[in-house]
Design a binder for this molecule. Sequence first.
Ligand SMILES: Cc1cc2nc3c(=O)[nH]c(=O)nc-3n(C[C@H](O)[C@H](O)[C@H](O)COP(=O)(O)OP(=O)(O)OC[C@H]3O[C@@H](n4cnc5c(N)ncnc54)[C@H](O)[C@@H]3O)c2cc1C
Ligand code: SF4
Length: 518
Amino acid sequence: MAEHYDVIIIGTGAGGGTLAHALAGSGKRILLLERGNFLPREIENWNPRPVFVDGRYISKDTWFGPDGKPFQPQVHYFVGGATKLYGAALYRLRPEDFGELRHVDGISPAWPLSYDDFEPWYTQAEQLYQVHGNGGEDPTEGRRSAPYPWPAVSHEPRIAEISEGLEKGGYRPFHAPCGIMLDEANRPASTCIRCTWCDGYPCLVHAKSDAEVIAVRPVLGRDNVTLLTGAEVTKLETDPGGRAVTGVVVSRDGERAVYTGDIVAVCAGAANSAKLLLNSASDVHPHGLANGSDQVGRNYMFHNCKAVVALSKEKNDTVFQKTLGINDFYFATDDYEYPAGNIQMIGKSNAEAMRGEKPKLTKLSPEWTLSDVASHAVDFWLTTEDLPLPENRVTTDADGNVHLSYHPTNDAEADRLYEELKKILNHTGMAEHHVLGKNFYMDMSIPIAGCAHQAGTCRFGTDPATSALDVNCKAHELDNLYVVDTSFFPSIGAVNPALTAIANALRVGEHLTQRLTT
Ligand SMILES: Cc1cc2nc3c(=O)[nH]c(=O)nc-3n(C[C@H](O)[C@H](O)[C@H](O)COP(=O)(O)OP(=O)(O)OC[C@H]3O[C@@H](n4cnc5c(N)ncnc54)[C@H](O)[C@@H]3O)c2cc1C
Ligand code: SF4
């Protein structure tokens, strides 16, 4: 007989890991099924060559593009999911992001809940993930019911200079919200050592607020929580009426096993959650589970992003660079009628990680070596909202493989943001002709492979005809199936998505606790 649990959670990233943490205290029997293993703690964690050049922590999965060409997606299968590698920039969406926003390429739709509905969960998420930040600095941020639990991570001298230059130029830079366990008031006791190997790297000393360290590990000692690693869920089976998931089929070490749960929460990441639901098609759900509306897999978003390196004459000795954000162009401005997006810093360039860009980079400054370029570089990350188009979607083929169709939107806004960045650099000792778009995380010849911010494949809503999930993230068509990762986003805003996935998991966790205990 299949082993039975109160709740089965599939995936242990920002959504699933946090949901497990939220439910553990209920005493209910929880099974966590994670296809990956624990990310090994090894010296390579902090070495740019294995991490960026060799892709040591990227899954060997093969997905297929719209042209049928295979590619290796930038996904990370570990306990903690993508948060093991994330930059821990933990932003709230802006209140306006929950409403309808007009973009150059169309409408970003409203959510069925408001910022005020999410606010208490954002606050809890910031407490749990120990977010560092200074409320009140970011001109676009919403109301907060509590201050950040930790003061913002301080700027190092070069970034402080840039921040001051921007303020003098009339901009409103702010300290970026960040989930690292840095105690600047007591450095000897600080878990985080403030190193340069953070954004895009695993943290060797477990000081990054990722879902493994913050959410999963703390509940593993409990009798009511079981984690199975190397356990890939391949199919969900239902009762004959199709109203309840009755079997969670797992492939582990080449063996098939089936588990049952009163509640099943799919938290496999936006593309893989859609894959699992689509691959669970049956006579009663011929187009895939929870897919009577034909929404599963559609509306895939991952932001219109650009990584940019700017060179200045001064050296940039910054160790931890991700401390500054600029939201002056987040919404329409007096001279541009559309939202352009968010500017933030990313991990500091180093010569090793820049190797692949050598010809372009040395052209910027021909007399410099690559390490000169790296040591003078200041690195920015530009994020523009992309729109949820029905044709941007995940589908699966007869063998169950992921096929991803994606056409970017709002390119004009992204270009505008890049132009604004170049303008503001003139206030910071960097000239606009010393700026180059580059990408640290992936080969730009296959842009869809860069699915770090993937979201939106099972959007939530009040109308079962246009959404896959209800407002509690329960499938409209099933009584015990939930999807609790970035899949539920109806739109993605222009800030990093993880805090919203975490806040939502806490929200759904509360709903499930009530459902299971009353
Ligand atoms: C390099 C990088 C940098 C990033 N930086 C930031 C940042 O600074 N700020 C931010 O907000 N966001 C950032 N992100 C994005 C952020 O990490 C994701 O938005 C977030 O982790 C998504 O959470 P999730 O629960 O949807 O998916 P994930 O965290 O990816 O979790 C999905 C989990 O499901 C597991 N899984 C998948 N399929 C199956 C299956 N069939 N059976 C069992 N288990 C399965 C996976 O192994 C994984 O553990 C970054 C991502 C990357 C890759
Ligand atoms: S900066 Fe801190 S959290 Fe980030 S990798 Fe280094 S020690 Fe870990």
